[in-house]
Design a protein around this ligand. Structure first.
Ligand code: ZN
Ligand code: ZN
Ligand code: FE
Length: 765
């Protein structure tokens, strides 16, 4: 029952307030304590499942609305309120205001993501006489490590990796004083009692004097250092020293993959990149992701062949202290090729470089930096991890069920998701599970998250692919097991995120690399009519052979040949780009296609991008990382062009087939006329946008559908996304995409949860 004001009962006024959201472990109860004192309220506050419960009492009539307003507006920066409910209560004449202890196990407790150092702690760290002057582990209830140091819940110091550090008296006083901003700050520490930094020679483990400032001078001298951060080690070097950047690339075995930079401040970033207001806001936010920014000035060796550079700001006190002496460093995650980020020295970090800047606060859960682009003022995640995980996602009310679910995702760029009590928790990016180390990380994460959130899965969900590790894991779990088609799962992720109610049908546009299809083929250019319960394949890109299977994704020229042969009935025209391929290889691949040897069929949009990128002369013969060829094609595309190529839609029943024969033919004509790749790329992007609009028009005409959902890795392409969205919105379509999750395979596990919820809900009636 909602009431505007407290109602007087007998001797005074009283009300119960319940606040739902991320309000635990973020200084919310002490905030309420202080607020209650300001309003001279008596009563108590305590943690409950999903939130906090507050009882307030007053003998005098008081400004209750003001209290509720302050609660919203002055709340601690780490908290996120989803809903506030209040009702009047009977006056009990409580004598003071207290913070009540909650009983363990009584609630589904959320844990905050890791948060960058706050302004107050930063000021304090730089203030000379302060006892935490230059202390690299300063933190408070509003900032510091969370997710990566928590071993189990409730969130309490002894359940974190701070358990080994005994608080000193000064810290203890702050910790127990509700008026102090370090009241119950679990990682509280100071130079007397807390973790310490050390600079080591990696070969011998011998400590070198000088700590952080010595580390900075080594970096200036052209050394590469491994530096321990929140979720793992970074490899760090001077970003403007091309020789050392090249050396770093050798160590990481990456010739071209862009390297992330950490800059001292926004002013430094603005020297090298263009920054919108929104990009600034997200860069300085407490989550501190890496953002891909439009290049202003090239920094040699950092992001070759691309028009963006990846920047972030420092987020730990240690980073700030390091960047006192430096303005721009490479900060790339320290992993061996195809393995997760390293979190302990024992994992072999010392093999990668000569020096380690490390410390003795253990990392319990690894997490990479999050990476995003900003599109139309909203984030577009390339990778969701540190700073965002494990922020929960509420599901639409109609889908809430009492059961617990575990969804395992796909295989590449995997995440897992858990469902419990109306919320989904999605893990950080876990990488490609066909690598053994990543598979271990995947199992480690399932174990950790189910324990942390006390989830006892009753159903497990995986992809349809019979040979994915996730599918096998599910089969071995002994639990009831649902399987969901890859692109269907993709489409359901934004529906869940935007709380689209059941029965709403949408057109899901899944433009992607690969998803195992129900016909056993490699699907990836898909238009699905879908709701939570099922989908119908409305249209797809016409199948072409993938000569060499997986190899076709690594060597874009294979797809170029496949598309040309498809367009020209095996009689190849003269194509400049093909001159780069030896006659032998060309012949082999052509005969593979003709004789259908190791050439599975695919409708992949990612592979179409590969082919076009290669034909336009932009892609390397062999790519180093996924989407390299498409990213180069996107980078090249000239803005402000309206022209496009032809294409055709074939078939008179579902699924329609979209053929790019005309596109390929006209594009080759353009290239033969030496039309620049920038224009060819722009026209190609515009062509795909027109394909999307045409299919949306048909789905509206035939099925009355007005909502179009963009999913799949191809929608990381900003130019395609913006163009297709604006064309559809001009026609009054409602266009949805994931905002808090990546559209790539990281969101498969969320879509799987959506499917599972609906299925279990309808089963129960
Ligand atoms: Zn702080
Ligand atoms: Zn202390
Ligand atoms: Fe996918």
């Amino acid at each position: 029952m909602k009431t505007k004001n407290m109602i007087k009962r007998s001797k005074g006024y009283a009300a119960d307030v319940v606040v739902f959201g991320v309000v635990q472990g973020v200084g919310f109860r002490p905030f309420i304590y202080r607020l209650a004192h300001e309003y001279q309220y008596k009563g108590w506050v305590k943690n409950i499942g999903f939130g906090v419960e507050i009882r307030i009492e007053s003998e005098k009539k008081t400004d209750f609305e003001g209290f509720l307003k302050d609660l919203q507006e002055k709340k601690p920066p780490l908290s996120q309120i989803e809903e506030t409910i209040h009702k009047s209560a009977s006056f009990q004449n409580i004598k003071d205001f207290t913070i009540k202890k909650s009983k363990p196990g009584e609630s589904f407790v959320f844990i905050s993501p890791d948060i960058s150092i706050c302004e107050e702690c930063h000021q304090e760290m730089m203030n000379h006489p302060d006892r935490r002057f230059h202390y690299p582990f300063i933190n408070c209830t509003n900032c510091g490590p969370r997710y990566t140091i928590v071993k189990s819940l409730p969130y309490d110091r002894k359940q974190t990796t701070m358990q080994g550090f005994k608080m000193c008296q000064d810290c203890g006083t702050e910790y127990t004083n509700p008026h102090d901003r370090r009241y119950h700050a679990q990682p509280i520490a100071c130079p007397v009692c807390g973790p310490q930094v050390s600079l080591l020679l990696s070969k011998t483990g011998k400590e070198i004097k000088g700590g952080i400032s010595k580390a900075a001078s080594l970096i200036k001298q052209g050394q590469i250092l491994a530096v321990k951060g929140l979720g793992g080690f970074h490899l760090i070097c001077d970003a403007k020293n091309y020789e050392v950047v090249r050396h770093l690339r050798e160590i990481k075995e990456r010739k071209t993959k862009p390297l992330a930079l950490m800059a001292r401040d926004l002013t430094t970033i603005e020297k090298y990149a263009f920054l919108s207001t929104e990009e600034k806001r997200i860069l300085v936010s407490a989550r501190r992701p890496i953002i891909l920014l439009k290049k202003k000035r090239e920094i040699k060796g950092i992001a070759p062949f691309l028009d963006e550079t990846a920047f972030m700001l420092p987020y730990t006190p240690l980073h700030y202290l390091l960047l006192e002496h430096l303005d721009l460093i490479v900060a790339t995650s320290s992993n061996k090729k195809d393995a997760p980020i390293m979190k302990e020295e024992e994992e072999g970090i010392g093999e990668l470089c000569d020096y380690l800047l490390t410390h003795d606060r253990p990392i319990h859960m690894r997490a990479d930096d999050s990476v995003l682009r900003v599109v139309n003022s909203e984030p577009l995640f390339l990778r969701r991890a540190r700073g965002y995980v494990p922020y929960p996602q509420r599901v639409p009310k109609e889908l809430e069920i009492p059961h617990h679910i575990l969804a395992l995702g796909g295989e590449l760029k995997d995440t897992i998701s858990l469902y419990k009590n109306g919320y989904v928790i999605t893990s950080q990016f876990l990488g490609d599970l066909d690598e053994y180390q990543n598979y271990k990380y995947f199992k480690e994460t399932i174990h950790h998250l189910t324990k942390l959130f006390e989830v006892k899965p009753e159903v497990v969900i995986s992809d349809l692919h019979p040979n994915f590790h996730t599918t096998r894991y599910a089969q071995k779990s002994g639990l009831p097991h649902f399987q969901v088609q890859h692109h269907f799962a993709h489409v359901l992720a934004p529906l869940l995120e935007h709380k689209i109610p059941p029965q709403n049908k949408v057109l899901g546009v899944s433009l992607d690399g690969y998803g195992y299809g129900e016909d056993g083929q490699a699907w990836g250019g898909e238009f699905l009519l879908a709701d939570y319960s099922s989908y119908k394949r409305f249209a797809h890109f016409k199948y072409v052979p993938l000569p060499g299977g997986d190899l076709a994704a690594k060597q874009p020229w294979r797809m170029a040949i496949s598309y040309i042969m498809d367009a020209f009935d095996s009689k190849l025209p003269e194509v400049k780009a093909l001159e780069r391929i030896s006659k032998n290889k060309l012949k082999t691949v052509m005969s593979m296609i003709e004789q259908k040897i190791n050439s599975p069929l695919s409708s992949s949009c990612g592979r179409l991008f590969d082919a076009v990128s290669f034909l336009a002369g932009l892609s390397p013969l062999e790519v180093e990382f996924e989407a390299e060829a498409p990213m180069r094609l996107e980078s090249a595309a000239k803005d402000g062009k309206e022209e496009s190529y032809g294409f055709s839609v074939e078939g008179n029943k579902l699924p329609y087939q979209i053929s790019f024969t005309q596109t390929i033919k006209s594009l080759l004509k353009d290239l033969a006329k030496e039309i620049p790749p920038s224009l060819v790329s722009a026209k190609f992007h515009n062509t795909l946008a027109r394909v999307i609009v045409l299919m949306a028009d048909r789905a509206r005409k035939d099925y009355g559908i007005n909502t179009v959902v963009f999913v799949g890795g191809v929608f990381l392409n900003k130019k395609l996304l913006q163009r297709a969205k604006s064309l559809l919105e001009r026609k009054k379509f409602n266009v949805l995409r994931t905002i808090n999750y990546s559209p790539n395979d990281e969101s498969i596990s969320i879509g799987q949860i959506a499917y599972g919820l609906n299925k279990l809900k309808t089963k129960k009636g």
